[in-house]
Design a protein around this ligand. Structure first.
Ligand code: ZN
Length: 188
């Protein structure tokens, strides 16, 4: 297993739709093991294959809060249904989101409160996940990655301008920029 470099905003692989996984073979199993290791090293609550440069419809997730069992898994070829968005502006604290592909920053974003995801697990079995709150946010964020959408693409015009400034200052927003969990001092 290996920790993989995480691509940063601007790399084309993050901005293009990912392809369906046709067969779960040893390459896919190795990739998923590396994705778990990379996500944990970052650390992050989710990681999509395009973030490690692989344009396939796979993401891992891991989240734990105070009173629950750890929630962790991998979804292959997921399909997502969302409850309608609640109207209004996102709360700047409670609804702030981050991304390992735009590391070290958080911006508020309104997400659907509840989602249903169906997918295949690493054994090829059907998975069905119905979650709300922060787990629903993680599902929407990671699913977006598979369609070539970063959460910063969904921000208000004002925050998007801030994103552009940060990207320019750090030399992001172009192909081939990545960071290495455990080496570079960045986090989602
Ligand atoms: Zn992300």
């Amino acid at each position: 297993m290996a920790v993989l470099p995480i691509r940063i905003m601007g790399d084309p692989v993050l901005h293009s739709p990912a392809a369906v996984v046709e067969e779960i073979d040893d390459d896919i199993r190795r990739l998923v093991a590396d994705m778990f290791e990379t996500m944990d090293a970052a650390p992050g609550v989710g990681l999509a294959a395009p973030q490690v440069g692989v344009p396939l419809r796979i993401y891992t997730y891991a989240y734990v809060d105070d009173d629950d069992e750890p929630w962790r898994g991998v979804l292959i070829n997921p399909v997502l249904w969302m409850a309608p968005l609640e109207p209004g502006e996102p709360d700047p604290d409670l609804e702030a989101e981050g991304c390992l592909s735009f590391p070290g920053e958080r911006f508020p974003l309104r997400r659907s409160e509840r989602v249903l995801v169906t997918a295949t697990d690493l054994d090829g079995a059907d998975v069905r996940i119905e979650v709300d709150g922060w787990r629903a946010r993680i599902m929407q964020h990671e699913f977006d990655h598979l369609d070539g959408i970063l959460y910063v693409d969904r921000l208000s015009d004002r925050d998007w301008k801030t994103v552009q400034k940060i990207a320019k200052k750090r030399g992001w927003g172009r192909a081939g920029v990545s960071w290495m969990p455990g080496v570079d001092d960045l986090e989602g």
